[in-house]
Design a protein around this ligand. Structure first.
Ligand code: HEM
Length: 90
């Protein structure tokens, strides 16, 4: 739930790219989602979705399917919100 959201810096997002057993995160609209749990269900395939792992996937997403509502689909996978490295230290 919203009470458990964490503040995610760009370096944290980059680290959690699904490699070496790490969580697979991706950000959309400033929100960070654990897309690892959705990989096997993505209609466009796991490989396509992984292209957005550890980074902001909004541009790729909007290029392919702007009609898809990620908020509705990934609501349960929300882990946090993006903040700058500086805001995280404050
Ligand atoms: C198809 C969801 C991220 C590439 C789809 C479809 C859904 C979906 C619901 C079916 C759309 C339809 O038939 O109208 C999502 C969600 C994403 C995500 C929730 C975010 C986590 C991405 C990314 C890429 C991508 C980042 C590209 C790098 C594709 C492709 C298809 C597709 C190529 C078309 C598959 C086909 O029709 O053969 N996705 N997607 N998706 N997605 Fe995604």
């Amino acid at each position: 739930g919203v009470d458990k959201l964490i503040r995610v810096t760009p370096s944290m997002l980059k680290y959690n790219n699904g490699r070496k057993g790490r969580p697979c995160w991706s950000s959309y609209g400033g929100k960070v989602f654990n897309i690892g749990v959705y990989l096997e269900y993505h209609p466009g395939g796991e490989g396509e979705l992984r292209r957005a792992s550890g980074k902001d996937g909004e541009k790729l997403f909007m290029e392919v399917h702007p009609w898809v509502n990620w908020e509705n689909m990934l609501g349960e996978c929300l882990v946090g919100i993006m903040v700058s490295e500086d805001d995280a230290r404050a």
